[in-house]
Design a protein around this ligand. Structure first.
Ligand code: SF4
Length: 714
């Protein structure tokens, strides 16, 4: 008998199961945090299939952030120069709906923008799509997933015919070769890495290859670390394909029966002899050969990637080039094998299912597809033509639309773009131009709140019920275990009430999140992400993995996609695609000689909205440090602890230096977690540029060119 609530960790896409214990437990005094707030303690849920009781420091401490610095009431002000005044929900929503109607009438629906988040539960995402894309006729809903997983979505879609990671975490313990590229899994997805590390340590024949310009905590465990030059991923992968071809290590039958486009691809990779590739990537030929040999000799190869491939101006090409290796060796659709993207956020996957990007509709549908629009319009009881045919504004295009005064109302929810957008000074200037910004969040202050006219208090994890899907397609019900802070309300309820006030009473007549989810899953029928068999009730005893169709329970038993080696393309075959790398969008130059790469630290999450308020995680990393190779530091006469100014073509930051052997020469690293709330003049994205992948529209947050000089003080 326990009084714990089973739920999901609200941080990363690993999606670890948690048990939450109330502050007052039988016979014990009320537990309190360092500020005297009642403390909800967390521990790993041993029965959760994804994490089996394990949690990292973030999951173990998340309860401490439930009460601190909460936005408790709606707040309004007439201009950014004025202080906020507390208002009632009725007044706040009257102002908001009046603004929406005025903007729609005067500027058209395309002047309405919403920017959401992978922190949403699926119900929040779904209702936001119904409101924006269906009822209001604006496809301008994008989410911070655009900065995170958009390239993986596009890569899967183009190579396999549908989004959806084909693998599952059990594959971590079944693989013979794990090939990690562009992911510091040990720090950013710690429990996934724990599972892999254990398997690797226990089985000496299992190989671990890590491709990263930094010798990260992940790379330290590798049998082979390829410290390639930033941006040379495609060249490396083409070079490996070249060797596989030369060594005849192909799965000819798989290529013949299950794929399309191999001949053209083979002609391209012929142009990547080892010497040329090794030189371009900054590695040796034996290193390239060893990596390829590990892949070729393994019965089951699992590749894992994250932001290092996705956050690139050629992100989709990188993802597809990696998938090519799986296709040419038949390493997909079987246990222990396949390309596996690790999602950044706890419910970025649910966002994809619910259509939470500007070009998507619920159920892995596309706004550009007339049949898909018709399905949604009928389901939502809206007139034909309600959903616009063109994709809406993606994240960076919203910034550009603000610059052109084409946005009448910007609604930001559960994310902190005033820290996380690239080319930050420009992005912040654009936010200042917004005639009316609604900011809906659980915390106050945040950096983005400074750009808002209306603040709406959102209930957060633990205060609302909904579902989240993790990287391996496991859907977990996250029940409310405590009341919302003061007047805070679940995001989906806020969206639904706005919809009702705008006259869409039938469309938003939901009494509970369970009803919202039930409506949503009906829209997945027959799609790759079919979860028609799921409901809050069915998820209450424990998580389930999709596909979970109501009428074909056998599919629910299959933990992997494409095990029948048929893909959801018109001819059932996966697609090869060949690319030559264009290199970095902003390569180093005499004026800006270093490549800055950006990333995350083990104990922090995004812009610290939560982890900055937890003593343990905050004090693990007192400040951001710029990592530099000792030989570079020697040339510049710099040493650890010294203050430096890092300058790019767009801005500058001042940080302390950390001289370390773990980074290759010519490259420096800065974590992305600090905004002005936590450290002045240390915003990593003041340096980054907004060049995007032309397919996924994901910005190249991972690399830009910088100049470094010593400064005497802060
Ligand atoms: Fe939470 Fe991710 Fe840590 Fe698991 S690995 S406890 S999901 S932050």
């Amino acid at each position: 008998m326990t009084d714990a609530t089973k739920t999901l960790c609200p941080y990363c896409g690993v999606g670890c199961g948690l048990e939450v214990l109330p502050p007052a437990r039988r016979g014990r005094p009320v537990q309190r945090d360092s500020q005297g707030f009642p403390l909800w303690q967390t521990r790993g849920d041993r029965n959760h299939p994804s994490s089996k009781g394990q949690v990292c420091v973030k999951g173990a401490t998340v309860g401490e952030a439930l009460n601190k610095d909460r936005l408790k009431h709606p707040m309004l002000r007439s201009s950014l120069e004025q202080p906020f005044q507390q208002v009632s929900w009725d007044e706040a929503l009257t102002v908001l709906t009046d603004k929406i109607q005025t903007v729609r009438q005067q500027l058209g629906p395309e002047a309405l923008c919403m920017y959401g988040s992978g922190q949403f539960q699926t119900e929040d995402y779904y209702i936001a799509q119904k409101l924006m894309k269906g009822c209001l006729g604006s496809n301008n809903f994008d989410a911070n997933s655009r900065l995170c997983m958009a390239s993986a979505v596009a890569g899967y879609l183009q190579s396999f015919g549908s989004d959806g990671p084909p693998c599952c975490y059990a594959d971590l313990e079944l693989t013979d070769c794990a090939f990690i590229i562009g992911s510091n899994t040990a720090e950013c997805h710690p429990i996934v890495f724990n599972r892999l590390r254990k398997h690797h340590k226990k089985n000496r024949q299992v190989k671990l290859v890590v491709v990263d310009p930094r010798r990260t905590e992940t790379a330290k465990d590798a049998d082979l670390h390829l410290a390639i030059k930033p941006g040379s991923d495609i060249t490396l992968l083409n070079g490996m394909a070249h060797l596989l071809l030369r060594w005849c290590k192909l799965d000819a039958l798989f290529i013949e029966e299950c794929t399309h486009g191999f001949t053209d691809y083979a002609a391209v990779v012929e142009q990547y002899p080892p010497e040329k590739v090794a030189q371009a990537c900054g590695i040796t030929v034996p290193e390239l050969e060893t990596a390829t040999r590990y892949w070729a000799e393994a019965e089951r190869v699992l590749s894992l990637w994250s932001m290092g491939l996705n956050q690139s101006a050629e992100g989709t090409a990188k993802v597809r080039t990696l998938i090519n290796l799986h296709l040419m060796t038949g390493q997909v659709g079987k246990p222990g094998a396949g390309p596996f993207s690790l999602t950044g956020q706890p419910n970025a996957m649910g966002g994809r299912e619910a259509g939470g990007l500007a070009h998507l509709l619920p159920g892995y549908r596309s706004v550009a597809n007339p049949e898909h629009r018709q399905v949604l319009e009928q389901a939502w009881q809206l007139p034909a033509g309600s959903i616009a045919a063109a994709p809406g504004l993606d994240t960076w295009e919203m910034v550009r639309a603000l610059e052109r005064n084409q946005v009448g109302l910007l609604w930001v929810a559960a994310t902190n773009p005033a820290v996380s957008l690239p080319d930050l000074e420009r992005a912040q200037a654009a936010l200042r131009r917004s005639p009316f910004t609604v900011y809906q969040d659980a915390y106050y202050p945040t950096e983005t709140a400074a750009y808002a006219h209306l603040l709406l208090p959102a209930a957060q994890w633990g205060e609302k019920t909904g579902v989240m899907t993790n990287s391996e397609r496991v859907v977990t019900l996250c029940p409310a275990f405590c009341p919302p802070a003061a007047e805070a309300r679940p995001d989906w309820e806020i969206f639904a009430e706005v919809g009702r006030r705008l006259g869409f009473t039938e469309q938003f007549a939901f009494q509970s999140a369970a009803e919202v989810f039930t409506e949503f899953v009906q829209l997945t029928r027959g799609r790759v992400c079919d979860m028609t068999g799921l409901s809050h009730e069915c998820l209450a005893p424990g998580p389930k993995q999709w596909p979970y169709p109501a009428d074909d329970p056998s599919q629910a038993m299959d933990k992997r996609l494409y095990t029948d080696l048929r893909f959801p393309t018109p001819d059932g075959r996966a697609r090869f695609a060949s690319f030559h790398s264009r290199g970095l969008a902003e390569p180093p130059s005499p004026e800006f000689p270093f490549v800055l790469t950006t990333g995350r630290l083990y104990g922090h999450w995004h812009t610290q909205t939560r982890t900055g308020r937890i003593e343990k995680t905050r004090t693990m990393y007192a400040e951001p440090l710029l990592e530099m190779n000792p030989r570079d530091a020697q040339e510049l006469r710099l040493q650890s602890g010294q203050w430096v100014e890092v300058r790019s073509r767009r801005g500058q930051v001042r940080v302390k230096l950390r001289v370390t052997q773990t980074i290759r020469r010519g490259t420096v690293f800065l974590p992305m977690h600090w905004g002005v709330l936590w450290a002045t003049a240390a915003e990593c994205n003041a340096l980054t540029h907004p060049e995007v992948c032309p397919v996924s529209l994901e910005p190249e947050l991972k690399a830009c060119a910088v100049h470094i000089t010593p400064v005497s003080d802060t």
